[in-house]
Write a protein of this length. Structure first.
Length: 262
């Protein structure tokens, strides 16, 4: 789907139409009014969906057993913290991360595992398995255009279903630990390129953007990479806490009651 279909360009086209007629609807006062995530909200009853690969999956349960349903990663930590500290907000959390998923895998199950849940807040972290495919099949190249096109499509589908959807995109990350060392030059270049694509999509759709690499880089001033990410890809318990803090700090730009976590 082309850039002209994005939220940002849609808003721009509406604004220009209003200017041409000499009438600008009250709802379209400026691009900033509708796209900048710093406009605060304290909305209750939000349905929050985490999507992604094994980092999000966290070995989550596949039943209705509420003891395991969120897994044991950052998605669990975010949900447990907000749920315990702000029960009056009635935020409901869902984890649909699946280990091994690429962005194409997300697209294939998007109707069932995302749109059908009708989230109010969508959090996505994907990319490291796409990089892994490049490492395993270097003859196919990084397929960055496919990554961007597919990622844009799932965001567009979600926004078309709910124009008020709050979207949170996470930057993928990798570090030279364990098996990642052997192919480090490929991993590093590939993931950096995917980070730039995610940044571009965040700007295009006016989403919140969690800079997980920056959070880990700061944490590594205190302890080495393997302390936080044991195999270069999957966080340890402490690493998931780094992700949790980064997520909450970013989403606090949209929801003022979350500022207590800063």
């Amino acid at each position: 789907m082309s850039n002209s279909s994005s939220r940002r360009n849609f808003i721009k086209s509406v604004t220009l139409t209003g200017l041409g007629t000499g009438m600008i609807p009250f709802e379209v006062l400026s691009m900033d009014t509708l796209t900048k995530p710093h406009l605060k909200s304290d909305k209750s009853g939000m349905k929050v969906l985490f999507q992604g690969d094994s980092i999000t999956d966290g070995n989550r349960g596949r039943t209705e057993d509420l003891n395991h349903i969120m897994g044991h990663g950052y998605a669990f930590s975010v949900a447990s913290r907000i749920g315990a500290d702000f029960p009056e907000k009635h935020w409901e959390f869902f984890n649909r991360g699946i280990s091994g998923n690429t962005v194409v895998d997300l697209q294939e199950r998007w109707t069932k595992d995302a749109l059908a849940l009708k989230p109010d807040l969508l959090s996505v972290l994907v990319g490291i398995n796409d990089a892994g495919q490049h490492v395993r099949n270097p003859e196919k190249g990084a397929q960055l255009a496919l990554f961007e096109e597919t990622y844009r499509d799932i965001l567009q589908q979600s926004w078309e279903q709910n124009p008020d959807l709050v979207i949170v995109l996470g930057l993928p990350f990798v570090y030279p630990v364990g098996k990642r060392v052997e192919h480090w030059s490929i991993y590093e270049k590939d993931v950096l390129q995917r980070q730039e694509i995610v940044k571009q999509l965040a700007d295009e759709f006016g989403t919140l953007l969690v800079d997980y690499p920056a959070a880990f880089d700061k944490a590594m001033e205190k302890a080495p990479a393997e302390y936080w990410i044991w195999d270069g890809v999957h966080p340890t318990v402490a690493g998931h806490e780094v992700m949790t803090k980064a997520w909450l700090d970013t989403v606090a730009d949209k929801f003022s009651f979350l500022e207590v976590y800063r």
